[in-house]
Design a protein around this ligand. Structure first.
Ligand SMILES: NC(=O)c1ccc[n+]([C@@H]2O[C@H](COP(=O)([O-])OP(=O)(O)OC[C@H]3O[C@@H](n4cnc5c(N)ncnc54)[C@H](OP(=O)(O)O)[C@@H]3O)[C@@H](O)[C@H]2O)c1
Length: 286
C-alpha cells in the first residue's frame, strides 16, 4: 500500500521508518530535504514537492510542527484530495483540526486526526498511544495502519475530541514537570538527600513516572538530547491556554508555566529538552 508521509522531523522520521519496516510503500516529503536521506537509503521515495508525494497515494500522514506548517505544506500549491484521506498526527487544537477537516472535505477528501502520546523511544519500540478523532467508519478503516505506531490506538470521538484529549494530557506534562522541578530545586537547596526524596516520592501517591525519566538530566543539567524540544512545549501551552480560557477552565497555573517556558526560550533553551525548564525554576547556584 502506498502512503504519503509529510514531515520527517524528530517524530516523523522514526514513525516513517516503522511504516517502511512494515512493508508500506512510502512517498516522503520534508521541507528540509536532508532529513529524508536515511529514509531514502531504505527505499522510501523522496519528493521535492508535497503535491508530488501525494499524487499517487490514497492516504497522507502529516507529522508537522503546527497548524501553520500543515497549512503551508498542504494548501500553498493546488493539491487535489479527491478520494484521499489525510491523517493528521501533530499536536494542534480542536478548532484548528476542524478547520483542516473542512478544508479537506471541501476538496472532496476525508480527514481524521490522530495525535500521539509518547516520544521517540516509544515510536522506536512501537508503543506510541494514538488518539483518533474520526467517524467510526474512518477509525475502523485506518486502525490497522495506525497500529504500526503502537497497540494503543483509541477512538476518542469525532474530529476535535482527540485533539482535546491530547491537549489535556500535554497540560499535565508541562505542569507536572514544573512542579517537580520546584520540589527538586528546594531539596537541593537544603542539601537534603535526593535519593531519599525520590525513594519516598516513589512510594507515595504523588509519584509520576515522568519524574524519574527527567531526574538525571535535571541533576546533571544536561538537556541536549531533546526528544521533545522546549519550543514545542511552549507551542502546546499556548494552544492549551487559549482552549482552556474558552472553556472557562481557570488558566492561572498555565499562565505561570507559559511564562517559565518563555523564559526558557529567552535563555536559548528552545531546542533543548522541555525538562530544561528546571534551569528556569532552579537556576544553577554559584
Ligand atoms: N517530539 C515529541 O516527543 C512529540 C511527541 C508527541 C507529539 N509531538 C508533536 O508532533 C509534531 C512534530 O513534532 P517533532 O518533535 O517531530 O518536531 P520537529 O522535529 O521540529 O519537526 C517538525 C516538522 O515540521 C516541519 N515544518 C515546520 N514548519 C514548517 C513549515 N512552515 N513548512 C513546512 N514544514 C514545516 C519541519 O520541517 P523542517 O525539517 O524543514 O524544519 C519538520 O518536518 C508537533 O506537533 C509536536 O508537538 C511531538
Amino acid at each position: 500500500m502506498k502512503v504519503a508521509f509529510i514531515g520527517t522531523g524528530l517524530m516523523g522520521e522514526p514513525m516513517a521508518f516503522r511504516l517502511l519496516k512494515a512493508g508500506y510503500n512510502l512517498f516522503v516529503f520534508n521541507r528540509t530535504k536532508s532529513k529524508t536521506e536515511r529514509l531514502k537509503k531504505h527505499q522510501a521515495k523522496v519528493f521535492d514537492l508535497p503535491a508530488d508525494a501525494i499524487r499517487e497515494t490514497s492516504v497522507i500522514i502529516t507529522m508537522l510542527t503546527d497548524f501553520n506548517a500543515i497549512s503551508e505544506t498542504l494548501f500553498t500549491e493546488k493539491i487535489s484530495f479527491k478520494g484521499k484521506t489525510l491523517i493528521q498526527m501533530s499536536t494542534i487544537s480542536p478548532k484548528e483540526s476542524l478547520l483542516l477537516k473542512n478544508r479537506i472535505e471541501e476538496n472532496e477528501g476525508e480527514y481524521i486526526e490522530a495525535p500521539v502520546l509518547g516520544s521517540i523511544p516509544q515510536v522506536e519500540e512501537g508503543q506510541l498511544i494514538v488518539m483518533v478523532g474520526a467517524s467510526k467508519d474512518n477509525y475502523n478503516k485506518w486502525k490497522k495502519l495506525l497500529k504500526n505506531f503502537g497497540d494503543g490506538v483509541y477512538h476518542i470521538g469525532e474530529v476535535g475530541s482527540a485533539s482535546a484529549m491530547k491537549l489535556a494530557l500535554n497540560q499535565l506534562i508541562a505542569s507536572l514537570t514544573s512542579v517537580f522541578s520546584m520540589s527538586l530545586g528546594y531539596i537541593l537547596s537544603n542539601n537534603v538527600d535526593v535519593n531519599q526524596f525520590m525513594e519516598i516520592l516513589r512510594k507515595s501517591s504523588l509519584y509520576a513516572p515522568t519524574f524519574d525519566k527527567k531526574l538525571n538530566g535535571m541533576l546533571k543539567r544536561d538537556f541536549d538530547k531533546a526528544n521533545f524540544p522546549l519550543k514545542h512545549m511552549l507551542k502546546d501551552i499556548n494552544l492549551i491556554h487559549e482552549e482552556f480560557l474558552e472553556k472557562n477552565v481557570n488558566t492561572e497555573i498555565i499562565e505561570r508555566v507559559k511564562n517559565i517556558l518563555q523564559q526558557g526560550i529567552d535563555m536559548n533553551l528552545s531546542d533543548k529538552d522541555y525538562s530544561a525548564l528546571f534551569n528556569v525554576i532552579y537556576p544553577k547556584q554559584e
